[in-house]
Each structure stands twice: as structure tokens, then as C-alpha cells.
Design a protein around this ligand. Sequence first.
Ligand SMILES: [Zn+2]
Length: 283
Amino acid sequence: MSDARHDDFAAAAAAYALDALTPDERRAFEAHLATCAECQADVASFRGVSVGIGLATDPVDPPSGLKARVIARATGQAAVAAPAPTPARVVEFHDRRSPSSGWLAAAAGLLLAAASGMYAWSLHTQLESVRSNQTEAARRESATRAEIASLRQQSQQLARTVEVVTAPDVVRVTMAGTPAAAHATGRGYWSQTRGVLFNADGLPALQTGRIYQLWIVLPNQAPISAGLLGVNANGSGSLSTAPPLGVAVPRAATVTMAITNEPGTGSPGPTTPILLAGNTRTE
Ligand SMILES: [Zn+2]
């Protein structure tokens, strides 16, 4: 098994297993490897080590001079900055006179130490990159989800607006401010099957803990709450209430809509004077 040809190449097995040979050296070694069971066993053994530390699945360039140091260590020759090897020199880079029995362990130890350091550094860099990518991906996903939720809400709001305004049973009420809210205007829509829409402008600013409440008033009935709304700095606010309201749109009756100022959670019935109101007669 141990012939002259083998001695020429034996020291290359570790470097080969770690992808540390030049292309020319690799070709020369592979030609021998195909015919040498001992080198095949060595390469398999080193590959096992390199697989164990992750190099086989993620090759990295060995630091410059590593191979020269390994060879020097293995052959007892001084390390030199290796010039670009020529094919003629390829089989010369191992000293055939002293195939030391300890070189394999020495070469393996040196390569393993260097490779472990490189691998640790490479792994750290990869982990940092993965963490960074995950953070960015999570941020984008969160932003996208929020955007989708907002669009869905706007879409549902728009759909309900169209449904209510175009409903066959819709009641439209134009509202005007009372003297306590002289600049207020409003418009309400009520469909028994589609819901209630309301918007107002020019309402007075709300005190903390107060809210506007919309009432629908039918003849001979207590006012029915149609929902709560706040207003912005311009006194504008809107309301969209899902059907049913709990009472049917009456035929041939006067429907009144009104706004009052109520405690923040609303009231069972109006507790303050009406600020905005209007009525219409259904057919
Ligand atoms: Zn061999």
C-alpha cells in the first residue's frame, strides 16, 4: 500500500479534504487518489472532520500561508510564500524523503485549529446576518399586516357606505345645528337591513370624558341609540353602525335623527339638550 507514488502524495490528503490545494495540485492528487486506497481512507477521514466542523457544506478560503505552514510542518522544511505552482512542481511539494509518521496529526491539528477559527468567525457573521434579516423581515411583515388590516377596514367601510346609501329602504335625514351648536351640520342614513351612517361638521369640541351620541327618534317611542362618535379639531366626526338597529324603519312616519353630548360610554337616553337634528317622512 505504501509505495513511492503514495509517499509523494500522502501529505496532500488533509489539504485536499479541506479544499486547500491549488487546481493543479488537486488534479495531480486526484489522479493518484483514484488508485490509492490509503489516500482514499485518509481523505474520507479528514472529510469526516471537516464535515463535523461545517467546512464541507460551507467552504471558506484558508488564510494565506496556511498551506505553506502545513507543508512545512509535515515535511520539516521552512515555510515559504508559495509562488504559483507549475504542474512540474506539483508532485514536488511534499518531501518524499521524510514522510513523517506524525505529519498527519500535525497537519490535521493545524488545519483543524485554523479551520475551527475560520468557521467560528464565519458562523458568527452568518448568525449576525440571519438575525438582521429576520428582524427586518419581521418588521416588514408587521407593517404589511397593519397595512392590509387598514385597507380591509377602509374597504369594509366603503362597502357599507355604498350599501347603506343605495339601500331600497334607506331613510336620509339632513340635520342642522341648534342655537347651542349653530355652525353644526350633519347628514344621516338609516337602512333597517344595511345599517346607519352619519357624519357631521362644525360640532363643538368635546370635553374629556364626553362623547357625541346619535339618536333615532320614531313617533311614540323612546329615542334609540344609533352609536357614539368623537370629533376632530374641526368638529368633524362620523359613525357607521351595523344593522339591525333593533327597530324597523316605519312606513309613512316621521323619522328624526339627533345628536346630544353624553358621558364617554354613552347614555340609555339623551341627558343633555339636542345640538344637531333633522327629520324626514318615510313613504
Ligand atoms: Zn496514496
